[in-house]
Design a protein around this ligand. Structure first.
Ligand SMILES: [Zn+2]
Length: 473
């Protein structure tokens, strides 16, 4: 029987106020809508509620390139510059030449094909998203929570020096880096409809992080990576697990596959902590994704991981039918505190008008053909199991005496671990620099290696939108 978990929840009212642009499908308002339902259904009473802070530049640069972070942090939109100029502001508020440098924009992925528009506050928005994920990690590290939620996080596509797929700062990678300072093994699970490419890429060469991504794949679906054969490199070989799926995945087949794979992963990898990206674009009727999951099916995958009694950081992610995103994440917050939310949306919800067409928490899903045959799914599972068998056969990562407090004493920690001759990092005696390489140098996969393993990009996320799927709610 599962025991009641201590569940922490991070939120900042500010995050819902940012705007990617009128026509953009990513709408941060969904975070505020989720919060509103969490309050409306009374779930907050069972949560330890924390205000999300802005991550510092130093924290963000644990993963991202300094030049990129500088560019992002100085970003001011043309509209704002025009406004200030029109109102008599003559101060050199920004180096306009640098801002409009097309080469730089291309390099950093800003404004390219409208996937990652530059908008006012883009950096603060990213800081808030990341601050919650870092502090969630710290709560877990300090054993102050069993589950820590940040719905504002989960932006899994951002690259080290480039915005990508609606994501500017990869809060997940930074969260995992924090956890790696203390925990030997971190498991990353991603049920967003898109491949968790940014996180996979960051930890592609390490065996301390296993990434497991279930996603739609094929026919130019974004980002085009995450095939079965992409499984990690070097020490990370077999530690990147991909479950590529065709459109139409339904609850039954998805849940079965998820549980089978995760059981095996838990058995062979034995993580100390789980980071769970719960992108809600894998739900039925999403404006971009083509899966057919119900909110209950999606939620069952999340709560399935609680049975292993390993702490979990729960992060948001994609999700473009925003009413379903808020329904799903509020429902899942409820599940984490053992509340099975149901019934109508509270009438006093400030966003009630947005649910008018369908005012229940759970909405019916449409009958859509599941293009994944039983045979296909069995084959995928077989391949994944084959890969995981290799992990099982690999030497373990036996860090002993891992300190449980975040403020550990570096010298003491590393002296202790230097005694351990069985580590699996390099074949040499473990030392501080080696760990540092791991923590800060996970980007060791160079582009040519990526090409070698077939990592390439396809169309931007927005192109996938299908106008016939726009008016569900
Ligand atoms: Zn997505």
């Amino acid at each position: 029987m599962e025991t009641k978990k201590r569940v922490a929840y991070f939120y900042n009212n500010e995050i819902g106020n940012y705007n990617y642009g009128k026509l953009h499908l990513m709408n941060p308002k969904r975070i505020s809508m989720t919060h509103s339902l969490i309050v409306g259904y009374g779930v907050y009473k069972d949560l330890d509620v924390y205000t999300t802070r802005e991550a510092t530049k130093e924290e963000i640069m644990q993963f991202h390139d300094q030049d990129y972070v500088e560019y992002l942090s100085n970003y001011v939109s043309s509209t704002k510059i025009d406004f200030l100029r029109k109102n008599g502001c003559t101060a050199p508020i920004i180096d306009e030449e640098a801002k409009n440098d097309v080469e730089k924009k291309r390099q950093y992925g800003i404004d390219v094909q409208a996937d990652c528009p530059g908008f006012d506050g883009v950096y603060t928005f990213s800081q808030l998203s990341t601050g919650g994920s870092i502090d969630a990690a710290h709560l877990i590290i300090n054993n102050a929570a069993d589950v820590a939620i940040n719905w504002g996080g989960g932006l899994h596509h951002a690259k080290k020096g480039e915005a990508y797929g609606f994501c500017y700062v990869n809060d997940i990678v930074i969260c995992i880096l924090e956890l790696l300072k203390v925990f030997p093994r971190v498991l990353y699970i991603d049920i967003d409809v898109h491949h968790g490419d940014g996180v996979e890429e960051a930890f592609f060469t390490t065996n301390r992080v296993m990434t497991v991504s279930f996603h739609e794949f094929g026919e130019d679906f974004f980002p085009g990576t995450g095939g079965l054969n992409s499984s990690g490199e070097g020490l990370g070989k077999n530690y990147a697990v991909n479950v590529p799926l065709r459109p139409g995945m339904d609850d039954e087949s998805y849940k079965q596959l998820f549980k089978n794979v995760m059981n095996k992963v838990m058995e062979v990898f034995r993580p100390d902590v789980v980071v769970f990206q719960t992108g809600a674009d894998s739900l039925a009727n999403d404006k971009i994704g083509h899966f057919n999951l119900s909110i209950r099916g999606h939620g069952e995958c999340l709560t399935y991981m609680l049975r292993f009694n390993v702490p979990v950081v729960v992060l948001g992610g994609g999700g473009y039918t925003i009413q379903n995103v808020s329904r799903c994440w509020a429902y899942e917050t409820g599940l984490l505190v053992k509340k099975n939310l149901n019934g109508p949306i509270p009438v006093d919800d400030p966003f009630f008008h947005l649910y008018e067409k369908q005012n229940m928490l759970h909405v019916p899903i449409q009958q859509v053909e599941n293009k994944n045959s039983k045979e296909d799914l069995n084959k995928i599972q077989e391949e994944v199991f084959k890969q995981l068998k290799e992990v099982d056969a690999a030497p373990s990562i036996p860090f002993h005496n891992v300190p449980k407090a975040f403020q550990y004493d570096d010298d003491e920690y590393f002296e202790e671990n230097e005694q351990d001759q069985h580590h699996d990092f390099s074949g040499n005696t473990y030392n501080f620099n080696k760990l540092n390489d791991y923590i800060n140098g996970y980007q060791t996969m160079e582009v040519e290696q990526n090409e070698e393993v077939g990592v390439y990009r396809k169309q931007p996320l927005l192109i996938e939108k299908n106008s016939s799927r726009f008016n569900h709610i």
